[in-house]
Design a protein around this ligand. Sequence first.
Ligand SMILES: Nc1ncnc2c1ncn2[C@@H]1O[C@H](COP(=O)(O)OP(=O)(O)OP(=O)(O)O)[C@@H](O)[C@H]1O
Ligand SMILES: [Mg+2]
Length: 234
Amino acid sequence: MPTIVFVSPKGGAGKTTSALVLAEQLARSADVTVIDADPNRPIENWSKGGAKPARMTIVADADEENVIERIEEAAARTPFVIVDLEGTAAKIVVMAVSQADFVIVPTQGSQLDAEQAGRAFRVIQQQEKMVQRRVPGYRLPFSVLLTRTNSAIRTRTLAHIEKGLIAAGIPVFETELNEREAFRAMFSYRQPLAGLNPAEVANIDKAVGNAEQLAQEVIRALRKVQQQSTPEAI
Ligand SMILES: Nc1ncnc2c1ncn2[C@@H]1O[C@H](COP(=O)(O)OP(=O)(O)OP(=O)(O)O)[C@@H](O)[C@H]1O
Ligand SMILES: [Mg+2]
């Protein structure tokens, strides 16, 4: 506990990148299992670079048949479980969401991307409805993570999208994952951010700062969820 599932039916929304960025930060001080549930196994391939942090375990045999068990096993072993999924609305996505304590919906800042994110919200709502049959009032906490945003300027489109999401009652992380070469370089060099070479990749420090900010906000959000679900002792 907790299990954080990255969901976006839109391909290329930044799920794998943000899942790995978060996992690396958490693995600095805790044991983390990353379940690479994308049949293309991008995180397993990344780990073949041999630079996986010591406190990160990667499980890369998850499929539709066993994903629930794989998540349960991981949650029993490590305090954090992160699940990366393929960019479709496949059955495996619904199954992984059924095991989530928190869902992150990475979304790039365009209107079309934001509309596609609506499909992820419907998966979350369906899950809530299923659980509500047993647990009235159950809510599955989630948040949108705006990805690949410009760190220097805030476009009007992005501001408009964010306003629309918030007006629709959809939580949006204050932290955005900025567009940075370092986030791409993690995959081309098969390194965590901390293993990139400043002589080869620009602004690694800024990417690390961004990653730390994201991890801190996720931790705050998880704490809030925990406080809300644990009634105060009398
Ligand atoms: N913050 C970022 N800065 C720079 N490049 C990024 C960032 N986030 C993602 N990318 C790039 O965008 C592309 C898509 O990102 P990623 O693979 O993380 O998306 P995804 O949602 O996992 O895609 P899929 O649905 O195919 O699994 C990749 O080429 C990745 O390197
Ligand atoms: Mg991916």
